[in-house]
Design a protein. Structure first.
Length: 212
């Protein structure tokens, strides 16, 4: 299986990639600002599931097709960007109802739906698509065999680091939201910022290009 040296090297590289805020982190922050702690953590789990789905795809060889095909990569990227913009617009339109929801404890969306939205963003994240397709295979020792198992193990390491880091970002953002929740006007403003964050993120993802 994967040697300790390769595992630690991959963990270090994964950490460096994850701690720099990208689409997943900014989406979690936007969700925390707009809907609170529970939604943020559920989104983190959805994102992680989407990222691991990419890992499975790479392990089975599908990731190579995505990484080498400009058309497939662009289609996936634009689909993810459009979904982010859609969620941001919806969060912006619902910002005025945030205070009522927070005081009554009403959750207008199910945990499964929130998880699925996070999954969709995670599986269409251009940063992780490129990383898994181009970098992950380099840490596999093919002489040891069990190539798919090695990739899945490395991917699990990446996912655990991502869950810890993204959860921290989400909790910090949700803590700030709790202070804003004392005022309907402030909470509405904060929810609007979360929506605009997701819209801006969608535009940024769409603008992320490839030289080839």
């Amino acid at each position: 299986m994967v040697s300790a040296e390769r595992l630690l090297a991959f963990a270090a590289m994964s950490f460096l990639l994850i701690v720099v805020p990208g689409p997943s982190v900014l989406f979690v922050i936007g969700r925390a600002l707009a809907q609170g702690r529970r939604a943020a953590l559920t989104t983190v789990l959805g994102n992680a599931s989407g990222a691991y789905a990419l890992i499975v795809a790479v392990a089975l060889g599908v990731g190579t097709i995505v990484e080498r095909s400009v058309l497939v990569f662009t289609a996936l990227k634009l689909a993810g960007a459009a979904y982010l913009v859609y969620l941001g617009v919806k969060a912006w339109r619902q910002r005025s109802s945030l205070h009522a929801s927070s005081t009554t404890g009403e959750d207008t969306r199910t945990g499964l739906r929130t998880w699925w939205e996070g999954f969709a963003v995670g599986v269409a994240n251009p940063k992780t698509i490129v990383f898994f397709a181009a970098v992950l295979p380099q840490f596999v020792d093919r002489a040891q065999g069990h190539v798919v198992g090695q990739m899945l193990l490395l991917g699990l390491v990446f996912t655990l680091i991502a869950v810890a880091s993204d959860s921290l970002w989400g909790l910090l953002a949700a803590t700030g939201r709790d202070w804003f929740a004392r005022s309907p006007q402030r909470l509405s403003l904060f929810g609007g910022v979360g929506g605009l964050t997701m819209i801006g993120l969608g535009v940024a993802v769409a603008a992320t290009g490839r030289k080839d």
